[in-house]
Design a protein around this ligand. Sequence first.
Ligand code: ZN
Length: 60
Amino acid sequence: MYEQFFQCPYCWEEISMLLDTSVTQQTYIEDCEVCCRPIEVTSRFSGDELVAFDAIDIEQ
Ligand SMILES: [Zn+2]
């Protein structure tokens, strides 16, 4: 697992999520641990290296 730190697109608090490095590319919804609003997280790995990461709000 890979721990990625980023800012929540809603409350701008720094949060972290655990990403599964065995999945090359995935998009899923996870709630912010601070404000509990849903964040769409996209991650892409090349081997154990994170090559793309995006966290966007889906409530607009
Ligand atoms: Zn938040």
